[in-house]
Design a protein around this ligand. Structure first.
Ligand SMILES: Cc1ncc(COP(=O)(O)O)c(C=O)c1O
Length: 389
């Protein structure tokens, strides 16, 4: 069978590929430390598990309406109204099978072939591919120094074909949290060129110092009318396997997404909807504990990377460090570096290549402190064998 051009042009997620290789080595009995992971190392909060179990046991696990159960959309709208400083209605919310699915749905609803979408780098591995799936063209915009956000580069990348901008704050992979001024500049650029803003806020709860992350939707009515918020259960609630997320958008966009979703996948998982609703209603105390613990790990790892002399952007949010390893790379780049590191030291990292930052590697610090300490030892030993170019 011949596969479609669409499928052939999409690359397999490098993070998932690396994670799979690390798990394969672990199955072979090797003592692998997996810093390629994009999920927390704790179980979902007790209230979430209880809600899911209770729903299964009730026997009432049928389809919900395609955009999600009304009470779940109500809870999400109330949560957004409280946290984004502007009122949201349930009709503006579509519950999706994950945040990734919400991003894909949004793109399919908003662009056509020939359109361009701006993706400021470094960017999560799937953004570029999701834009490609939709038939539009991703335009990758280089970062400012130290993997920061560069407003002037973004403005320079706008063409008559540009339709939208994807932002992600806190950022996976850099942990960078956009300032209010930077977010305002995105809104101003969008207003000037009549663009929409797709704001991926999945790491919003995981900010460790300084100002919280700001949603463009909270910057006035005009900004709100141009913004699609994507968020979900995976990261802060440790619910990656539940596969549940949502988007919030002006009603016409929410309706367009609902039409697509109703035909392509149907309603999201009923059990996961109920569990996520409980998480949003209860704000389980486990989340605050996770943030405190992640902050300790973050400080430790960043300190260690500095000790190794690696230039590392200060991650204010998410749970990744993103050191620059340019001087240790050979012609195989960061991909070869990570492959060799995994084989030699059983340490899995993700090459920055996956995020449009080929001089970097991403290290998840969602591991206990002792394991991070062991990982740093392995990393240091490996750097010693590479010498610097
Ligand atoms: C920036 C970003 N957005 C979205 C997602 C996807 O989350 P979900 O598990 O809800 O698909 C991830 C997961 O790694 C992510 O890092």
């Amino acid at each position: 069978m011949r596969t479609s051009r669409r499928a052939s042009e999409i690359s397999l997620s490098l993070t998932l590929a690396l994670d799979a290789r690390a798990k394969e080595l672990a199955r072979e009995g090797r003592d692998v430390i997996n810093m390629a992971v994009g999920e927390l190392d704790v179980p979902a909060p007790a209230a979430v598990r209880e809600a899911a179990t209770r729903r299964i046991e009730s026997g009432d696990v049928r389809y919900t309406p395609a955009p999600g159960a009304h009470e779940v959309r109500e809870t999400i709208a109330a949560h957004l109204s409280k946290t984004r400083g502007t009122p949201f209605a349930p009709e503006e919310v579509v519950v999706c099978h994950s945040a990734k699915h919400a991003l894909t749905n949004t793109m399919l609803a908003l662009v056509e072939s020939g359109d361009e979408v701006l993706v400021p780098l470094p960017a999560w591995v799937s953004y570029v591919e999701i834009v490609k799936v939709s038939g539009a063209t991703p335009v990758q915009v280089p970062p400012g120094p130290g993997c920061t956000y560069d407003a002037s580069a973004l403005a320079a990348a706008v063409t008559p074909r540009t339709r939208g901008i994807m932002i992600n704050s806190p950022c996976n992979p850099s942990g960078y949290v956009m300032t209010r001024a930077e977010t305002e500049a995105v809104v101003a650029l969008a207003a000037e060129h009549d663009l929409w803003i797709l704001s991926d806020e999945i790491y919003r709860r995981l900010v460790y110092e300084g100002e919280p992350a700001i949603s463009p939707a909270s910057l006035g009515d005009e900004a709100r009318a141009r913004t699609v918020i994507v968020d979900g259960a995976s990261k802060a609630f440790a619910m990656t396997g539940y596969r549940i997320g949502y988007l919030a958008a002006p009603v016409d966009v929410a309706k367009a997404v609902t039409r697509l979703q109703s035909q392509m996948t149907g309603a999201p998982n009923t059990i996961s909807q109920v569990a996520f609703r409980r998480a949003l209603e209860e704000e389980p105390p486990e989340v605050a504990d996770v943030v405190t613990e992640l902050d300790r790990r973050r400080r430790f790892l960043i300190g260690e990377l500095k000790r190794l002399g690696l230039e590392t952007p200060e991650p204010r949010g998410a749970f990744y460090a993103f050191p620059n390893v340019a001087r240790y790379l050979d012609e195989r780049g960061a991909v070869g570096f990570c492959e060799d590191l995994l084989e030699a030291e059983n340490l899995a990292l993700v090459p920055g290549t996956a995020f449009g930052a080929p001089e970097h590697v991403r290290m998840s610090y969602s591991l206990d402190l002792e394991t991070i300490g062991n990982a740093v030892e392995r990393f240091e030993r490996f750097l010693g064998t590479r010498g610097s170019a």
